[in-house]
Design a protein around this ligand. Structure first.
Ligand SMILES: *Cc1c(COP(=O)(O)O)cnc(C)c1O
Length: 440
């Protein structure tokens, strides 16, 4: 197998995600032969740092020995069994541990395979919860400007990222949009407390007027990923929680990206002292090994489905719901968190990485430098059309996998990344700012 052969076969047979395939006439597709820790490698032995944790899923590196061993052991016992009417040890143990770790009383876990499926489940569950309680008119959802909750039809109806949404608008149910907690549209002010108050004021008005028809507010706690690592003040979440309670609206926390330590706490909600009614998890849950997602529900939501009537139950299902291998990978990930005291260790690591990145933060073309937990992001002044694609190529040349969003460049490395590998990301970011930035 070599690079050119694999790329040619891939372009002939594989329809790649999130891609205008014709763009690969110019932009090379990158073959991956193997991975180890924070590094990926092609068939010629060219190595690059996985600076985006393979689309935000990897936590403890590629080919992690502990996760590999857990999966090998699980393979010898049970790979999968249907979860309707049956149960198995990995899914029970994982549900117990997630309930213990999550904020509030989120006592039951419902499983699926991808983030978008978790969003679908949370939306259906929220609506059905109110219908079971005699309020079928509560059938709309509120989401934030710039929200991203996945790309299936239901999830897209609470997503506000034009490139993903616009084409499919005729298919989407109309939901309600509330302002992002920043001073004005397009504002680059991050983590501003007054902006949180202002946005909460707008949410209050919306819920006063239309709360009777709203089943739930769905948010990405503390940072919107897909719309460009837009961070906001935790105060907004606390205010939103109060408003939801006042207006009989459920709060859905989509921690698909932020969960499992990415923002510096196990779950981002903790930083606002808030517990949601429904918590969506995926991505890092298996350390980037296998597709798994879940929705944790409060005991109160769970109770509204518990009845003699079949139709009052939550009859949603996916074939691979609660897959034993995926659950076992997730258990191995939770063990790694505990054994390595990873949340605490990451604090020290992030501070050391900040020091490595300090010169880049002061680069004359760098704007809006920001960090939350293990996410670093900045905008490049003068980033014109085609910036993201050109920046990607510069980064690959420097040995780093980076995928800027619009004019925002970000580093979201696996937690096993060391100083040497992080320095490669900073070098790539600097090359991008040098070559594509305008220094005013
Ligand atoms: C990635 C993501 C999703 C969708 O997850 P998929 O597994 O890609 O379907 C939903 N919400 C957030 C916040 C995400 O980052």
């Amino acid at each position: 197998m070599d690079n050119r052969d694999l790329v040619a076969r891939s372009l002939a047979a594989v329809w790649h995600p999130c891609t205008q395939m014709k763009a690969h006439e110019r932009l090379p597709l990158v073959p991956v032969a193997r991975g180890e820790g924070a590094w990926l490698e092609d068939f010629d032995g060219r190595r690059f740092v996985d600076g985006v944790s393979s689309w935000w899923v990897n936590l403890f590196g590629h080919a992690n020995p502990a996760i590999n061993a857990a999966l090998a052991d699980q393979l010898g016992r049970l790979e999968h069994a249907m979860l309707a009417g049956f149960t198995h040890e990995p899914v029970v143990a994982l549900s117990e541990r997630l309930a213990r770790l999550a904020p509030g009383r989120l006592g039951h876990a419902f499983y699926a395979s991808d983030g978008a499926s978790a969003t679908e489940i949370a939306l259906k569950m929220a609506f059905h919860h109110w219908a079971n309680r005699g309020h079928p008119e509560k059938n709309r959802f509120v989401h934030l400007e710039g929200a991203y909750h996945g790309e299936t039809v239901g999830a897209l109806s609470v997503t506000d990222v034009p490139v993903f949404r616009d084409t499919y608008v005729p298919l989407l149910r109309r939901n309600l949009v509330t302002p992002f907690p920043a001073r004005h549209a397009g504002s680059k002010e991050f983590q501003c407390e007054a902006c949180a108050d202002e946005a909460a004021g707008a949410l209050a008005k919306l819920l006063e007027a239309q709360g009777d028809t709203v089943a739930a507010l769905i948010v990405e706690p503390l940072v919107q990923g897909a719309s460009g690592m837009r961070m906001y003040h935790p105060r907004y979440l606390a205010l939103a929680r109060e408003l939801c309670d006042r207006h009989g609206v459920l709060l859905i926390a989509d921690e698909i990206m932020t969960g499992f330590g990415r923002t510096g706490t196990m779950f981002a909600c903790e930083q606002a002292g808030v517990a949601p009614d429904l918590l969506c998890l995926s991505k890092g849950i298996t350390g980037g090994y296998l597709p798994l997602s879940c929705v944790l529900a409060t005991d109160e939501v769970y109770a509204s489905f518990y009845d003699d009537s079949v139709a009052r139950g939550f009859l949603h299902s996916h074939s691979y719901t609660g897959n034993a291998l995926a659950c076992r990978a997730a258990l191995a990930v939770l063990d790694l968190f505990e054994e390595g005291r990873v949340i605490e260790a990451n604090r020290g690591k992030a501070a050391r990485f900040d020091a490595i990145a300090a010169p880049l933060a002061r680069h004359p073309a760098v704007r809006e430098w920001r960090r939350l937990g293990m996410i670093w992001a900045f905008e490049v002044a003068g980033a014109g059309a085609g910036f993201a694609a050109r920046a990607f190529e510069i980064a690959m040349r420097e040995g780093a996998l980076l995928r800027p969003i619009g004019d925002a460049v970000y580093f979201m490395p696996p937690y096993v990344t060391d100083e040497e590998a992080f320095a490669v990301l900073v070098r790539a970011g600097t090359a991008i700012a040098d070559e594509l930035g305008a220094c005013a």
